[in-house]
Write a protein that binds this ligand. Sequence first.
Ligand code: TPP
Ligand code: MG
Length: 583
Amino acid sequence: MKMTGGAIVVRALADEGIRFAFGIPGTHNIELYDAFGDSDRIRPVLVTDEQSAGFMADGLWRASGELGCVNIVPGAGLTHALSGIAEAYMDGVPMLVLGCGIRRRTTHSYQLHDVDQLAIAAPVVKATFRPETGAQLYPVLREACALARSGTPGPVMVEVSIDLYLTRHEVEPEAWGPAPAPAIPGASREEIARATALLSAPGIKPLLYAGLGAQGATAELLALAERLEAPVATTIQGKGVFPESHPLFLWNGFGAAAPPFARDVAAGRNLTLAIGCRFSEVGTGSYGFTPPGPLIHVDINGEVLHRNFPAELGIVAEARGFLTQLLDELSGRNDPRAAAAPDPELRRRIREGHDAVRKDWIELRSVDRVTPFVLLDALQKEFGPGAIFTADSGNGTFLAMECLRLERPGRFLAPVDYSCMGYSVPAAIGAGLGKPEAPVIALAGDGAFLMTGLELLTAANQQVPVAVFVLRDRELAQIAQFQTTAFNRAVASRLPDYHLGSIAEAVGVEWLALDSDAEVVEVVRAARATMQAGRPVLVDVAIDYSNKTWFTRGVVKTMLHRLPWPERIRFVGRAIGRRLTGG
Ligand SMILES: Cc1ncc(C[n+]2csc(CCOP(=O)(O)OP(=O)(O)O)c2C)c(N)n1
Ligand SMILES: [Mg+2]
């Protein structure tokens, strides 16, 4: 039968379960948009800037596991979208990047938007495809989606030329189906036996360290932690993979960027089992720890093993399958190993450590503005355990990481390894579309908000009732804090002031001011009421950043220690000199 290119693409997307295509139409893909108009399965979501298209598809997947499509015009659409695509690439988030190509059946040169798109996208996607015929469209799109979801997930780009959209093609839909799923790697019997032997050797006190790759394995991770009586730390991305109310939950990290109790507990362990993580710079607080060795490192992607820390045993395996096998082996009928007894001393240190951290935050309350912990605690209490938080690149990410206690993965969405400012508002909209039943709260820095805050217009237009809390310190604090510590001055990191309420009014969104701790509960409740009525809301928070996070304090120290001695002396000397002279 004959089908248009647009109809074939829409059919492939729908068969992949894709419900949302984020982007802005252009002359090259209006045929596709017309086909969207005929579809009741795919909603094209109009964004204000294509970088948000990537962040929305990212938030959609992280919150709900649903694949999103970034749908962009050639050249300018792609270059705007690259930030969101690159964030997804570095953070392991799958998405279909549906690029549109210029005419190929022409002898003309210097066409509109004519750049080598696949070359531009190649470093930030897992693969690129350029179907040549209409018949290739459907199978190529299905293959691209399968690849995006497999292994370490990530974006995959397919460029569809306008030629294919403008014409009809002879195709056989009866022959269409999903692409073969790539094999899921698992551990061999020998690898499981070696891991078991290392873990159950006499005197071994393991530390478990879990990343986003372990997000489908919470139950197994819990069973293993209890069986080994091992404390569990997670990466930043992995926040919530292990329930954070559990007595064995340590921290999101365990090195110099963690509070003293977490550092001490980790230092007392003598083996690390790391699952579904890759020891990235941000996750490790700038490589601010060495995993207590020996290290058993398990990841679905063999390339991450032995990269930052050599492993005694590196295993290429999907987390849940690995943990199931390991638990079977530990409790095997032939050679059952005794489960470790609960360690009251360990649990006491962890409990008292968390209590002390909490006490500090409460005691260091702001006198005239909003204390971060007071706000985050109130948000958790008012919105309950189903709430989804998005964070941005900035101080807010680390405050949220340290103050929120989450029981499940998919509740803390943050741009970590690419760390791109502008993530939180569009990611919240993506999350809200994927999980309409969950309250979604964006924690945006006042610098980051300037980049993508206008997407509140999209939230209003799409009727996604997100709450955006803008943390107003009138600084690029994450950088200004580094600058004032190291240089005793902050250059180009003070923000010019702007009136947030006017922006809210301009895009037709309600707004609230939150000026002090005393108002926190009342304002959070008012924001919640607006969301429950189906409308987005913006909150202007006079945040007090005077207490630095454990993360920032740790990273400043670690970075200093990574410098060669003469440079260290220069840095410290300059900071002291400027403090003494007031310069
Ligand atoms: C696109 C982009 N530009 C610059 C940076 C560098 N950077 C990291 S955090 C930060 C400060 C963010 O300021 P703001 O949004 O106000 O958050 P705050 O730290 O003040 O909470 C900057 C400039 C970045 N990560 N991403
Ligand atoms: Mg700021």
